[in-house]
Write a protein that binds this ligand. Structure first.
Ligand code: PMP
Length: 474
């Protein structure tokens, strides 16, 4: 396309659409994506980029899968819509498949987004306790730095104040505790003791809040959007044990970690726990169509299945379990099976971590950590004090990655200014050459930025971490 069309597309974009989170920046306007295949995205000017974030941590099988498009087309032609009070074959088959992946008996409730799935989980948990004769259990515990969605309940569960404070009051009854952040644990404390201590904080909260007022704990298997914080298994096991002992339900948010991202069907399976409720979205359809799931353990569901409409779950969702979205999810999971993408995630992730771990010798790389095909590089201005780099350094690194053809993410704790973790979450379908490319660009860019000047930082467009987040990877 010629210059004028390009300009007018960008101008029209700025005139008519609104993008989330980042302010419009003339020097770095939004990309206009034109097409994509495998791990590679092409913009409207024909520039190609390897999408190191799989969109928003979601395109697990990669872009441009003809068979997924075909599955959607076939289903739409045959039967485009079914209301949630009724059922259809793709929804039934998908529920069966998810049960197989969960390796236990769960009931599947469909919605359209990760936020929706978490809202359903909260409502179910409250109603469950009411029907169990425990109506005072209405509170939820989640962790600081976690992201659980954008609606009033899911945002209340989110532990990043900067995303919330302009929209308060959010749904009441959400409490937060610190997650384990092994890199920043107190000096002299072992990882094991520290993780035990963090889990005990949840128990303390339950006790201080008057024991029988807590409905559920919600957590991701590892904190993703808050900066790739990977717990020791002691933490996850202990949280489950505490929940069980106090009659508190455990909701595991698998919106990012599910469907192979960590090398297993679900992230929590690495820790041998059995959550009461599991929420999923993103990788379920690899984002080809919107679909999410709240999976509820059979014993919990039984409380709702009394034959009495009044005990049933009163929650309507017009698009939930859309036939085409279910057909797409089935095809997506079939591809993952056929191409062995869960094992491939482990293989790719192990290599990525091994290759990039050596960056810890760099003066500004504090920590390189990964779990499955999910990686975080924490950048610090001072290794001793672990002081985060300023915004300008992060945006410079990200811009240089993009300049070299690699899109990367950026996450962290936006409250404390630790928005300093470079994130990678590439499609599980990456080829060996794609992985080589990612490794080469990251090494080149990070190794090419060994000086750091505060004044340069500010000139480079960034305030100190805060408002100008450029945190597009959530
Ligand atoms: N939970 C987690 C862990 C997420 O990362 C996200 C989205 N990034 C959500 C929930 C919300 O999902 P959605 O944007 O589909 O509402």
């Amino acid at each position: 396309s010629d210059d004028s069309t390009e300009k007018s597309l960008l101008e029209k974009d700025h005139a008519y659409t609104w993008h989330h989170i980042s302010a419009y920046n003339e020097k770095s306007p939004p990309m206009i994506w034109e097409s994509a295949k495998g791990a590679w995205v092409t913009d409207h000017e024909g520039n190609r980029y390897l999408d190191g974030m799989s969109g928003l941590w979601s395109v697990n099988v990669g872009y441009g899968r003809e068979e997924i498009a075909q599955a959607a087309y076939d289903q739409m032609k045959k039967l485009a819509y079914v209301p949630m009070t009724q059922s259809h074959k793709p929804a039934i088959e998908l529920a069966e498949k998810i049960n197989e992946l969960l390796d236990d008996e769960y009931k599947i409730f469909y919605s359209n987004s990760g936020s929706d799935a978490n809202e359903v989980a909260f409502k179910l948990a409250r109603q469950y306790h009411q029907q169990n004769g425990d109506p005072s259990r209405y509170k939820f515990i989640s962790r600081y730095r976690a992201y659980h969605g954008s609606s009033m309940g899911a945002l209340a569960a989110t532990g990043q104040a900067l995303r919330k404070y302009k929209y308060e009051p959010l749904a009441p009854g959400f409490l937060h505790v610190a997650p384990p952040d092994n890199y920043r644990r107190p000096e002299g404390m072992t990882v094991e003791d520290y993780n035990r201590h963090c889990a005990e904080e949840i128990e303390q909260k339950i006790i201080w809040e008057q024991l029988e007022t807590i409905a559920a704990v919600i957590m991701e298997p590892l904190i993703t959007g808050g900066g790739i914080l990977i717990p020791h298994r002691i933490y996850v096991e202990k949280v489950q044990e505490i929940c069980k002992r106090h009659g508190v339900l455990l909701i595991i948010d698998e919106v990012i970690c599910g469907f192979g991202r960590t090398g297993k069907a679900f992230g929590h399976q690495h820790f041998g726990i059995k959550p009461d409720i599991v929420t999923m979205a993103k990788g379920l359809t690899s984002a080809y169509l919107p679909l999410s799931v709240t999976a509820i353990r059979k014993e919990i569901y039984d409380r709702f299945d009394t034959g009495d409409d009044n005990s049933h779950f009163r929650h309507v969702n017009t698009f939930g379990g859309n036939p085409a979205a279910c057909a797409v999810a089935l095809k997506n999971l079939e591809i993952m099976d056929e191409e062995d993408l869960f094992d491939r995630a482990t293989e790719l992730g192990d290599r990525l971590l091994k290759e990039l771990k050596c960056l810890e010798d760099h003066p500004f790389v504090g920590d390189v950590r990964g779990f499955g095909f999910l990686l975080g590089i924490e950048l610090v201005a001072d290794k001793e004090k672990k002081e985060p780099v300023l915004n300008g350094y992060m945006t410079k690194i990200m811009a240089e990655c993009k300049g070299n053809g690699l899109l990367v993410g950026r996450n962290g704790d936006t409250v404390a200014g630790f928005n300093n973790v470079l994130t990678l979450c590439p499609p599980l379908s990456c080829t060996d050459e794609d992985l080589d490319f990612i490794i080469a660009v990251i090494k080149k860019v990070i190794n090419g930025n060994t000086t750091f000047s505060q004044s340069e930082e500010r000139l480079d467009g960034g305030q100190e971490c805060g408002e100008n987040l450029e945190n597009w990877s959530i």
